[in-house]
Design a protein around this ligand. Structure first.
Ligand SMILES: Cc1cc2nc3c(=O)[nH]c(=O)nc-3n(C[C@H](O)[C@H](O)[C@H](O)COP(=O)(O)O)c2cc1C
Length: 313
């Protein structure tokens, strides 16, 4: 039986619905000795900003009983370094390249980055990372006391997505934060501003303390939690968003194997991204792709699309 794993995200056609989550796969070259990169559905690169960033001071990661805390703080070579040093390796692979971008300076930086990437034929899609918990927060009104991420505010999300949408025809993905009361409001704001898809979830805010020193284990104090601990939360959010939007969802958060990936499709994801698992077993994505084929064949399902949102309640 011929199995179809192909999916479409906006105008982007993927040979299969499995991709790397931003920040956990470097710029793909780091994994070339471990897996056949050509087999991936897409490559999502570490978030870049306009200027290079050194990131946060160490220690920046620590393990917790069922997950990983990180506060990398978007260390990256900036757009010029990315274009010169990182794109040449990825472009020969023939796998769609999704470039994740973030802003240190509000909406204007998203616009500048999106304009620049729009001109590059090697770039298949742009992911707006409006949800990194480890960088300076953006305030909509200067002097306002509560600082928030763009993705913690529906209006700010709408404005950022709309501004990026105006300057690019490339597939636009908006990455959402789980650190909100109602993620569906934010997803709907992104949809109405013209994003082609939403990706969720980024990391959940957490912390860990060294009881011998009384200090946080991460230099910045708080950090983002990823890995198996967050999988049920991510799944619940994908299901909630699926019921409220018409655009495709890229689901992620604690996917460790084919079973946890399957849960996301059933909850409504059109594609999945694998993050923390790449650090434990770099073959995870490859195993998930072949595991999906086997699952579909075993259950006499010809097309992965039949599975999307098939939850029986
Ligand atoms: C070390 C590390 C670095 C990350 N860096 C980024 C990043 O640069 N941009 C981004 O959008 N998400 C970043 N993330 C979040 C992941 O892309 C993903 O949303 C999150 O980890 C949940 O998936 P997982 O549980 O499979 O890791 C990072 C996660 C980790 C663990």
């Amino acid at each position: 039986m011929g199995i179809n794993l192909k999916v479409k995200i906006g105008r982007l056609k993927l040979q299969n619905p499995v991709m790397a989550a931003s920040g956990t796969f470097g710029y793909a070259e780091e994994f070339k000795d471990f897996i056949d990169l050509k087999k991936l559905g897409a490559i999502v690169t570490k978030t870049i900003t306009l200027k290079p960033r050194a990131g946060n001071p160490p220690p920046r990661t620590c393990e917790t009983p069922a997950g990983l805390l990180n506060s990398i703080g978007l260390e990256n070579p900036g757009i010029d370094g990315f274009v010169e040093e990182k794109i040449p390796f990825i472009k020969v692979l023939g796998v769609p390249l999704i470039v994740s971008i973030a802003s240190e300076e509000g909406v204007e930086e998203f616009v500048n980055l999106a304009k620049r990437l729009d001109k590059l034929k090697e770039v298949s899609a742009i992911e707006l990372n409006i949800s990194c918990p480890n960088i300076k927060k953006v305030t909509r009104s200067p002097g306002h006391q509560v600082t928030r991420l763009i993705s913690q505010d529906a209006k700010a999300t709408f404005e950022a997505v709309r501004a990026a949408r105006k300057v690019t025809r490339k597939t636009l993905i908006t990455k959402l934060s789980p650190n909100v009361t109602d993620i569906t409001e934010i997803a709907q704001a992104a949809e109405s501003a013209g994003t082609d898809a939403v990706a969720l979830i980024n990391t959940l805010m957490g912390m860990s303390i060294n009881v011998k020193t009384g200090k946080p284990k991460i230099a910045m104090g708080t950090a983002g939690l990823s890995g198996p601990a967050i999988q049920p939360v991510a799944l619940r959010m994908v299901w909630e968003v699926y019921k409220k939007v018409k655009i495709p969802i890229i689901g992620m958060g604690g996917i460790m194997d084919v079973e946890s990936a399957l849960e996301f499709f059933i909850a409504g994801a059109s594609a999945v991204a694998v993050g923390t698992a790449n650090f434990i077993n770099p073959r995870t994505m490859i195993e998930i792709i072949s595991g999906l084929e086997k699952y579909l064949a075993r259950n006499k399902i010809r097309d992965i699309k039949e599975l999307i949102g098939s939850l029986k309640i």
